[in-house]
Design a binder for this molecule. Structure first.
Ligand code: GTQ
Length: 372
């Protein structure tokens, strides 16, 4: 070992490294431990954003930014503290592959239509009455709804209602950036006009597990919005049986014409943890962004306790041990998005249960968030 170290530190090796750097060349022999570590070492860190902070900053943003003035959406993204310096593609990254944000639209505002090669999804956290117009279909949004905007489709938002509306956005921005596949285009007019009936796709799929005859041939994302009522009902049925030890009662949003994840690159789940539920710890290659839709509790991520309550967001990076505890007297609902489909498509997904200490991590530290 010492011999190896001496070799790397020797003048002849160091001089050679310096010399080839000038030609934009590098020596594998010193890079390999960083290039190929034993297991995932994401630069993304576990982190938690409190709802109080997000809400306060969105409200402050209403004073300085309007879609009219800025030509874009009023969204504030969740910047992973471990990825700040990983320019350029750590920029606006919540995990190594995914971007998440909170977006606020005020009554009377319009966020202009555009399209891009990133896939987007929304989870509605607060309010009602606004719509997203996706490729000619106005999709009206209510709390708990899950919406998708597939890659390449025109989409804009407008709010004819009377109270502010807030939702979570999640896109595969860092992933597409890393691949060099970013294309973006503004719609020629401010917002696209409807060319389909309102809520067309949700009506076509109202029954849940039946598909319109015309969709026997699988379609790309034939459903634009998944209503909260349907998600809640599926979890009520599932809750009659034993919960999964790691994830509680969990359902995944799927493309109803072919059974694949609702988005090809992003998986989205709703998890219900019964009162007092304490999951066992596990870790997997995919990284997850959680939003606490309802409930109070905590998660232990790599031995650190992250306390959460309704509206908070937190991130579990790749390969991090994690377990969740519901401290409320009622059910807790966690919405989450992850890069599981990317990991699966590339043959990278692995999962491991924490076997020591009856499946629970020792709590070594506690996270204290910065409040406004
Ligand atoms: O609402 O279309 O947070 O295109 C980032 C990119 C939201 C959106 C974001 C977007 C949108």
């Amino acid at each position: 070992m010492a011999e190896k170290l001496d070799f790397f530190q020797s003048a002849v090796v160091q001089n050679f490294t310096k010399d080839i750097e000038r030609y934009h060349l590098g020596p594998l022999w010193s890079a390999i431990p960083d290039l190929m570590h034993k297991q995932p070492q994401p630069q993304a860190l576990p982190y938690l954003w409190k709802w109080e902070t997000l809400y306060a900053k969105l409200m402050e943003a209403t004073e300085i930014f309007t879609p009219e003035r800025g030509g874009e959406r009023r969204a504030i993204y969740l910047q992973n503290p471990g990825l700040v310096n990983r320019q350029p593609w750590g920029w606006a990254s919540t995990t190594q592959t995914l971007y998440a944000a909170v977006q606020l639209i005020l009554p009377g505002e319009t966020a202009p239509s555009h399209r891009h090669t990133q896939s987007a999804l929304r989870f509605i956290t607060q309010g009602e009455g606004a719509y997203s117009i996706v490729q000619g279909e106005r999709i009206f949004m209510e709390e708990g709804d899950f919406l998708i905007t597939p890659q390449g489709l025109w989409h804009g938002h407008s709010h004819p209602g009377d109270k502010p509306m807030i939702w979570m956005d999640c896109l595969d921005i860092p992933f597409i950036y890393g691949l060099g596949g970013t294309f973006f285009e503004s719609y020629p007019d401010k917002i696209e006009q409807p060319s389909l009936p309102d809520n067309y796709s949700a009506k076509r799929y109202m029954g849940g597990m039946v598909r319109p005859i015309a969709d026997r041939k699988p379609q790309i994302a034939p459903l634009g919005s998944y209503k909260w009522k349907g998600t809640e009902q599926s979890l009520t049925g599932l809750s009659e049986f034993a919960p999964d030890p790691f994830d509680g009662h969990a359902v995944e949003y799927i493309n109803p014409s072919n059974g694949a994840t609702a988005h090809p690159n992003i998986a989205s789940w709703m998890q219900k943890l019964p009162s007092g539920f304490r999951s066992k710890a596990h870790r997997h290659t995919s990284a997850t962004i959680y939003h606490v839709f309802k409930g109070t509790g905590y998660s232990v991520i790599n031995g650190v306790k992250y306390n959460w309550s309704q509206g908070d967001f937190f991130v579990v990076p790749n390969w991090a041990w994690h377990e969740h505890v519901n401290l409320s007297s009622d059910d807790t609902y966690l919405f989450s998005t992850s890069d599981l489909p990317i990991m699966e498509a590339l043959g990278l997904q692995r999962e491991e249960a924490y076997t020591e200490n009856n499946g629970h991590q020792e709590i070594l530290d506690e996270f204290f968030p910065l409040l406004p």
